[in-house]
Write a protein that binds this ligand. Structure first.
Ligand SMILES: O=C(O)c1ccccc1NCC(=O)[C@H](O)[C@H](O)COP(=O)(O)O
Length: 219
């Protein structure tokens, strides 16, 4: 009985972390991109990651970082999974030896924003990743609260899929039905305003994922 994994992204406060853990999420994303309102520095990310119980994975996400920028977080959170949202090459992503996820911003024509290929080719290029995180194409690099056309992600890819981009409690079930992802990832959809998490929305999102899994297993 497969359970869809859940990642809550962009947490910056202990009380939000406690709610997320209570919701049974599988991973917590810490934003290392300084232009994001959800940004946490290495020391703050390490403080928060220290509060995670076993079996809840810390994920640190970057946009075109330098090696030293990543190393500053790994020095303090050596077991972190890394998530890359920029134009990083597979070699740049894999150079640290940590598990890593590559994000792909899916444009309306099904191609990957910033790349010269379609989604299937992009996933094959990053075959060293543990998963590909499918997000909507936006002006930024992520965290935009925008969905993409899930039909563009219904075909097989070379990597397990994390569905992301504009998810919330009201649409995550439909996204799961369309894509059947390994995991779902959310940031804006569990916030009351940009960068401010909402406990009720966190609880509702997790409940919606569980309900969608139950419905699939009953079908
Ligand atoms: O969260 C951010 O501010 C962010 C900024 C730059 C790159 C990535 C970022 N977030 C990465 C994530 O994994 C988000 O959860 C993902 O983009 C989905 O965000 P949302 O559409 O707000 O749920």
């Amino acid at each position: 009985m497969i359970r869809t994994r859940i990642k809550y992204c962009g947490l910056t406060r202990e009380d939000d972390l406690a709610v997320a853990i209570d919701c049974g999420v599988d991973a917590i994303g810490f934003v290392a991109y300084a232009r994001s309102p959800r940004f946490v520095g290495a020391a703050r990310a390490a403080e928060l990651a220290e509060l995670l119980p076993p079996f809840v994975t810390p994920v640190v996400l970057f946009v075109n970082p330098t090696r030293d920028e990543v190393a500053a977080y790994l020095d303090l959170i050596p077991g972190a999974t890394l998530q890359f949202h920029g134009d990083e090459t597979p070699a740049e992503c894999g150079q640290f030896g940590n598990p890593w996820i590559k994000a792909a911003r899916v444009a309306a024509d099904g191609r990957v924003a910033g790349a010269d290929c379609d989604l299937a080719s992009y996933a094959a290029r990053y075959v060293g990743a543990r998963a590909i995180l499918l997000d909507a194409h936006s002006d930024g690099f992520g965290g935009a609260g925008k969905t993409f056309d899930w039909r563009l992600a219904s075909g097989p890819l070379a990597l397990p899929v994390v569905l992301s981009g504009g998810l919330d409690a009201s649409n995550v079930g439909a996204g799961m039905a369309a894509v059947t992802p390994l995991a779902v990832d959310v940031s804006s959809g569990i916030e009351r305003s940009r960068g401010i998490k909402d406990a009720d929305k966190m609880r509702s999102f997790a409940a919606a994922v569980r309900a969608a899994d139950d419905a699939r297993h009953r079908a």
